[in-house]
Design a protein around this ligand. Structure first.
Ligand SMILES: Cc1cc2nc3c(=O)[nH]c(=O)nc-3n(C[C@H](O)[C@H](O)[C@H](O)COP(=O)(O)OP(=O)(O)OC[C@H]3O[C@@H](n4cnc5c(N)ncnc54)[C@H](O)[C@@H]3O)c2cc1C
Length: 527
């Protein structure tokens, strides 16, 4: 497929990739979407709780959304990026509705208004949802329909393996066409929208496709990647052998569900002023500490007080019944699971990376909006907002990054592509076992050293997916080793306090991560 040259090659068909594709195609650009599974398959379609945006005046505002996001981000958010997210978010949600996404409403007929849920870390109810707890499925449905109605071309089952770089800029990707083998796909611009990397861990809410491919491709090409240590662990995945782990959304606690220990004691009030609605990192740590101290593998979520459970949370209700639990009667066994990577490919406020003509958005990107800990329901919004901004920047003729957002202080760093690793027999399970044992919710220097050594001793990857998992896992472990403090989702048992020495990001641009202090530390609202 060497011949065709597209204006934009988009890797990935989740909320970020399809938003970018629709927007660019609607603007008359020639667009190719490459996706390694089916068009409708992504982490996006698993999203439950919803999309956070200050849609209505009254007790909410973009300023309040900004302040909640900064508080969750533990000092590492880029305040400019969060401001962009909070201010532009409402219009992006409205555009998604105009595209056909149907969110849940309360009231009847013309008086019906959008139903808003409150989730952990949000000071008001501002989360729109669909089908009760099937928000991602509805968004993916609407975006697939919209993308299919444009002139964008789609290649399903195509695996992008590496970036093509010529004369210091991205010119497309190398990919595996299922019917023809390895091919080159050329584009004037290339967009990484390949999602997260929860599959680095054995216990995860992420689907099998979340193997950090775009981030690994960037690392291999020497494109700056930051905040790799900040893997968010969702505190309440259903404790059950199925994988990905069914998620028991934070919205359950927003509706009154309570965490209880093995004695039935509700414990979150003693951990945080917001109790069961504390930010995720606080809840995941509180649970993991109890599990480790008491030799348990799960605690309990008591959702029995929620009225109309099956109607409000049909997906969760079905998942519980499938394993023989009735959430209106039974306490639900829960344990933390790898859920969301706050870090990724560094971008400016318009999605531009350090490699000219390479753009990144969604979970694969590090735009700075999540800092050290993502606020619940901010990631779908992140994909919507920054995908559009990147396409707008491309249309405006931009090629490379501006000195804005996370990119401040990063563009000056020298780039060095990483060496390729020879294939071997290491499997996904090999990587997951190491990461889960030694680089999970609670880490220390010894466990991280064990993880680094064990990853280095693996016998080379058995497939591109495994290679990507190894690359991203190694970056996560190196950044976690370098960050000798506890902040957000990164908890070091040997450095339990937050330290002003680490008010910045560990940035990879080939080789060891370099520390880049925050250009303008984000104010941390008092909580
Ligand atoms: C169970 C669950 C519940 C969640 N609930 C919420 C929620 O309520 N609210 C919220 O805001 N967020 C939620 N999240 C997080 C949110 O869903 C994700 O962060 C978001 O959907 C990521 O979107 P994305 O477009 O960046 O990536 P994804 O949706 O993961 O899409 C990535 C795409 O890239 C493709 N791809 C990957 N690698 C390659 C490759 N090498 N070549 C070609 N294609 C490739 C994949 O096939 C896929 O199509 C949840 C996540 C999970 C797992």
């Amino acid at each position: 497929m060497q011949a065709a040259q597209f204006d934009l090659v988009v890797l990935g068909s989740g909320i970020a990739g399809l938003s970018a594709a629709v927007h660019a195609a609607d603007a008359g650009q020639s667009v190719l979407v490459l996706t390694k599974g089916e068009l409708a398959h992504s982490a996006t379609r698993y999203a439950q709780g919803g999309v956070a945006a200050a849609l209505f005046d009254g007790d909410d505002s973009p300023e309040l959304h900004l302040s909640d996001t900064l508080a969750a981000g533990a000092g590492l958010c880029d305040a400019d990026a969060v401001r962009v997210l909070a201010i532009e978010g409402p219009d992006r949600v409205r555009a998604l509705m105009a595209m056909g996404a149907e969110f849940d409403r309360t009231g009847d007929g013309e008086a019906a208004t959008l139903a808003l849920a409150r989730e952990g870390g949000h000071s008001v109810a501002r989360v729109v949802h669909a089908g009760g707890d099937a928000t991602g499925a509805e968004i993916e449905r609407a975006l697939v329909a919209a993308a299919t109605a444009t002139a964008a071309e789609v290649r399903e089952g195509w695996l992008a393996t590496d970036l093509l770089v010529e004369d210091g800029r991205a010119v497309g990707v190398r990919a595996i066409d299922p019917s023809a083998g390895e091919v080159e796909v050329r584009g004037r611009h290339t967009m990484l929208a390949t999602g997260g990397a929860g599959q680095c861990f054995a216990v995860t809410t992420n689907p099998a496709l979340s193997t950090g491919d775009g981030i690994a491709m960037a690392l291999r090409a020497g494109v700056a990647v930051a905040d790799a240590e900040f893997m968010q662990f969702h505190p309440t995945a259903l404790h059950h052998p199925s994988m990905p782990r069914p998620l028991l959304s934070e919205a359950l606690r927003g509706e009154g569900a309570v965490l209880r220990d093995e004695q039935g004691v509700a414990f979150m009030a003693e951990e945080h002023p917001q109790g069961d609605l504390a930010p995720r990192d606080v809840v995941a740590r509180a649970i993991t500490r109890r599990l480790n101290e008491r030799g348990l593998d799960h605690l309990w979520l008591d959702a029995t007080a929620i009225e109309g459970f099956a109607a409000r949370f049909p997906t969760i209700s079905n998942a519980c019944h499938e394993v023989g639990l009735d959430p209106t009667r039974d306490w639900l066994p829960v344990a933390p699971a790898a859920h969301y990577l706050s870090g990724g490919v560094c971008t400016d406020l318009d999605g531009a990376t350090t490699l000219p003509r390479l753009w990144a958005c969604g979970e694969a990107a590090c735009s700075g909006v999540h800092g050290a800990n993502r606020l619940a329901s901010n990631s779908l919004l992140d994909g919507l907002v920054f995908a559009k901004r990147a396409v707008d920047a491309i249309r405006a003729g931009r090629d490379g990054p501006d000195d804005t957002g996370v990119m401040r202080g990063v563009t000056a760093r020298a780039h060095a592509p990483a060496a390729a690793v020879a294939p071997g027999s290491a499997t996904r399970t090999d990587v997951q076992t190491i990461m889960t044992r030694d680089a999970g919710v609670l880490r220390d220097a010894l466990s991280l050293e064990r993880a680094a050594n064990a990853l280095a001793a693996l016998a080379g990857p058995s497939s591109p997916d495994v290679q990507n998992l190894m690359t991203v896992s190694a970056a996560l472990v190196r950044a976690a080793t370098a960050r000798r403090e506890s902040r957000g989702t990164h908890t070091r048992l040997d450095y339990p306090e937050r330290s002003s020495e680490f008010l910045g990001r560990f940035v990879f641009a080939g080789g060891e991560p370099g520390f880049v202090p925050l250009a303008a530390p984000a104010p941390e609202p008092a909580r």
